[in-house]
Write a new protein. Structure first.
Length: 428
């Protein structure tokens, strides 16, 4: 499985029950209406037999589940047709730190190195019923937990349909179906084994992260990290207090788009807006890099337009994938300007024009979290690889865009990106 690994939170009845009262209060105010998606980036994925790194001083929880493996391109698939798009299934371990909130994306809890062991795929024919499957967790040869997929809120076909409604899935992509509220604690020295009828077992040792070698080299699907509320004026524009810790989320490959391409505004939405952003391209493997050394791993810079559909915002892993990871909603320039050509990346003007009218203007001097800080922050708990990118956020000046609009975003000295908004009908 070389594709993107999507996962869903709060898809088990026990999670909904445990958090039910909290979800009626701020900051949630209402239970989630749609699936709560997140992404396990490439640094998390390991195979059976490879070690799960255990970070010092943390509580680490095993999350036995099943991964649906996509077999062919899937876009806007109906539930009844979903089985035709499934190549098979694999056992998975959605390893995580404890979550004390579901309001913001759980990057530090879920995106650490080795936090997504994936087993070998078994064909659909080998699985009697993936929607009534008992999954067993063993620790050091003894059963520690078991649960049944019949207790999931949305089954495999419903999840594939829901995700493909806004994100085109490709062969090799995977969807983790969810985990119960109760998870199994892990310790260094443990061997965790996941079992289910019809599946090859998934077994991994748990090892102190200091004893795990860092993987080097680019991945076929580099990760684009994006920043929310990283300009104080933009945070105030949205009536938010500027964050005290970076608000990082991950963009799926389906959302990437190029220069002079089109982006689709969905029907029946009220507010779709642009976001001009400076993007940092990583050029070297980075793990636990200090702020002082961070710029050494930068290859260069480019520009992106991180569109958002605010109608789809929910207060779960906000900004959620339905807002930020829709097909073609992240135009990004393929041209990387070498860092040597941009001696002061923290003093660049950003501008957005809609049909020639200046709508947004700001400067990277107003970044809340600087480029070195962001690299040090991310590399403290995960490995960044060459090709990974960090979109550093957008200043104030958002406005709605509609079909027919031409949107141009530019970053001083880095480049400009032209994009046109079309309707769903025009895109067909």
């Amino acid at each position: 499985m070389k594709g993107t690994v999507f996962a869903v939170a709060l898809n088990h009845q026990s999670q909904r029950e445990a958090w039910g009262e909290a979800f009626e209060k701020a900051p949630y105010n209402t239970p989630p209406k749609t699936a709560v998606w997140f992404i396990k980036p490439h640094n998390t994925v390991i195979r059976t037999g490879e070690p799960i790194p255990f970070p010092q001083g943390e509580t680490v929880l095993s999350g036995a589940t099943v991964a649906l493996v996509v077999g062919k391109i899937a876009s806007k698939v109906r539930v009844e047709d979903a089985p035709e798009y499934i190549a098979g299934y694999a056992l998975a371990n959605e390893v995580s730190l404890p979550e004390e909130s579901f309001y913001r994306p759980a990057i530090k809890a879920k995106c650490r190195d080795g936090f997504c062991p994936l087993g070998e795929m078994t064909t659909v024919d080998n699985v009697d019923n993936v929607d009534n499957l008992t999954i067993i967790t063993e620790i050091n040869g003894r059963e520690a937990d078991h649960w049944n997929t019949a207790d999931l809120q949305r089954n495999a076909a419903e999840l594939l349909s829901a995700l493909s409604e806004f994100a085109t899935l490709n062969p090799g992509d995977a969807i983790l179906l969810g985990t119960p509220h109760s998870r199994v604690p892990l310790q260094p020295g443990d061997r965790v084994r996941i079992l289910a009828k019809g599946f090859p077992p998934l077994e991994n040792p748990v090892v102190d992260e200091r004893d795990v070698a860092i993987a080097h080299g680019p991945h076929p699907h580099a990760t684009l990290f994006a920043l929310g509320l990283n300009y104080a004026d933009h945070a105030s524009e949205l009536a938010f207090t500027p964050p005290t810790e970076p608000l990082v989320f991950i963009k799926a490959p389906n959302t990437f788009n190029g220069d002079n391409q089109t982006s689709v505004r969905p029907n029946n939405v009220e507010y779709m807006h642009y976001e001009a952003e400076l993007v940092v391209a990583i050029g070297k493997t980075a793990r636990k890099v200090s702020e002082a050394e961070a710029m050494d791993v930068v290859a260069g810079y480019t520009v992106c337009n991180d569109y958002a559909i605010r109608d789809y915002l929910e207060n779960y892993y906000r900004p959620n994938l339905r807002v930020k990871s829709r097909d073609g909603l992240t135009p990004i320039s393929p041209n990387i300007v070498p860092k040597e050509a941009i001696p002061e990346p923290h003093n660049l003007r950003l501008r957005t024009f809609v049909n020639g009218e200046l709508r947004q203007e700001g400067t990277t001097a107003d970044l809340i979290f600087s480029i070195p800080f962001l690299i040090a922050y991310l590399s403290d708990f995960m490995t960044l690889q060459p090709g990974d990118m960090i979109a550093t956020g957008t200043p104030k000046g958002l406005s709605d865009v509609v079909p027919g609009d031409e949107v141009v975003v530019e970053v001083e000295g880095v480049g400009r990106l032209v994009n046109r908004i079309v309707s769903e009908e025009t895109a067909k």
